[in-house]
Design a protein around this ligand. Structure first.
Ligand SMILES: [Zn+2]
Length: 476
């Protein structure tokens, strides 16, 4: 039997890494802070990609690819952008054995190179809107890394759109935020709060940054996607103007939005348990595993042929695997598939053939059920969506249990430590109070939720007037 995992209650960070190791999702690379995504982890990312890619295309976007290297001078064109990203940039100074005339930045994000090209592609209102997405890797030289959540190099998608009006750009920013919300809730089974970032947390070069925030099982927040309204900042930096219908020239309005392999981290931290990974069926590369139980070769072949006839019409409806390996015992296999988070396990032995039944086990709840072979396909088709729904509900219940309204700073300081969670607090809007909150409690303002209500209150820190509540939490 494989070794047990650290318990969540004992050491949450250790548990997280144990889950990743046991499920064979990723490994640290020889270069500190880099990550190797192993086949099991990459398969989950591919499922995410394919669902998101469809959602992007359904909203009118197309894919393109821009280079990894960006001339250093490009990055310097947008003042806030360079200030925000320069400290974490990797810079190439030599190539082909020679010192380069101009250093190249390994992209931390692609606004600058894309807007340098948009200058050539956009002349008239007829060229707008331009709705492009890119699937790529980016590099941000982080000092403190953690598998999937923060690594030097990571995989993501970045949408970059150009519009004729400010209203269109804002509508696009919010449309894509909602695509992310929908993806998080319907695929990751993770309830998220869409909101606006404070100026302090805004993307470098954006006018407004929106985000979705989810709660992990240690009650910390994880920013799971961002969508930025870039205003005309990049159009001005790269001089991208278009001629409107009346013939007048004006700067183009921009957005950018992205989610990354961080979502694999979100998935692990939101749902997994002390036995290992728990995958929502929609993102599980294998949804059903069948473990035959036999003693000796004389039992093996009738069981395998029974399985073959059972599964003959399954492949168009869900993904499954028959674990017919000879060199592992059934108990070992159960444990392994449990650690890998496969949503449904089917056990089938010689007695089950006589009774024409199987044992079905749900990974999310541990629930065991005897299912008649004749009903098995039907059972699986009904249970997979049920698991997906139940996982969402469990995560939502958890978040609601640890969401508080707080108007007393001393109480906040205590409760942010234990139990922790999302705290709706009043804030006056001043940067000084936001900084103080972070310095004194390590919590940050995660977002100003979009569905906020107007409500008179006093800033939790300075007592100044506040019209709405923001969400404060400790975060990854
Ligand atoms: Zn204040």
């Amino acid at each position: 039997m494989a070794k047990g995992l650290t318990k969540r209650s004992e050491d949450y960070s250790r548990w997280y890494l144990d889950v990743i190791a046991a499920a064979k999702l990723a490994d640290y690379a020889p270069v500190k802070g880099c990550m190797i995504i192993r086949p099991n982890g990459y398969a989950i990312w591919e499922k995410m990609q394919s669902a998101l890619d469809k959602m992007f295309k359904d909203t009118g976007h197309v894919n393109a690819y821009f280079p990894l290297f960006i001339p250093e001078s490009f990055l310097k064109k947008e003042a806030e952008h360079v200030e925000g990203f320069a400290p974490e940039c990797a810079v190439v100074t030599h190539g082909g054995g020679k010192k380069l005339e101009e250093p190249l930045i390994v992209r931390p994000t692609s606004e600058t190179i894309i807007w340098a090209m948009y200058k050539n592609w956009i002349q008239s209102y007829r060229d707008l809107p331009l709705l492009i997405n890119q699937w790529a890797n980016v590099v941000r030289w982080e000092m403190r890394t953690r598998l999937f959540l923060r690594t030097l190099e990571f995989l993501w998608q970045e949408g970059h759109t150009a519009h004729a009006t400010e209203e269109e750009a804002e509508a696009e920013t919010l449309r894509m935020l909602d695509v992310y919300r929908k993806f998080a809730e319907e695929h990751l089974a993770l309830p998220v709060i869409p909101g606006l970032k404070t100026d302090k947390e805004r993307f470098a070069g954006a006018v407004r940054t929106y985000c979705i925030e989810g709660m992990m099982q240690d009650r910390r927040a994880l920013q799971s996607g961002t969508s930025h309204n870039l205003g005309q900042n990049f159009a001005r930096a790269f001089d991208v103007q278009f001629q409107d219908e009346a013939g007048a020239l004006s700067y183009v309005w921009a957005t950018s939005w992205g989610v990354s392999t961080r979502l694999v981290g979100a998935l692990i931290m939101a749902h997994s348990d002390d036995q290992g990974l728990v995958l929502p069926p929609k993102l599980a590369p294998i949804q059903v595993v069948i473990v035959p139980i036999w003693h000796g070769d004389e039992e093996k072949s009738p069981i395998l042929s029974q399985i073959q006839s059972l599964t003959k019409d399954w492949k168009d409806d869900f993904s499954f695997k028959v674990d017919d390996r000879d060199n592992y015992r059934p108990g070992w296999k159960f444990n392994e598939w449990e650690q890998q988070g496969i949503p449904i396990r089917i056990e089938l032995g010689p007695k089950d053939i006589t009774k024409q039944q199987v044992v079905a086990v749900r990974r999310d709840s541990g629930e065991k059920q005897i299912v008649a072979m004749g009903d098995l396909k039907n059972y699986i088709q009904q249970t997979l969506p049920k698991i997906q729904d139940d996982m969402f509900k469990r995560a939502l219940d958890y978040r609601e249990k640890y969401t508080f309204f707080c108007d007393d700073y001393n109480q906040f300081k205590k409760e942010i430590e234990e139990p922790g969670g999302f705290f709706y607090i009043h804030w006056c809007g001043q940067r000084a109070c936001e900084d103080r909150l972070q310095e004194e409690t390590k919590a940050t303002i995660r977002c100003i939720p979009l569905d906020r209500k107007v409500e008179d209150g006093k800033c939790l820190l300075c007592g100044g007037a506040s019209k709405e509540r923001v969400i404060a939490a400790k975060a990854y």
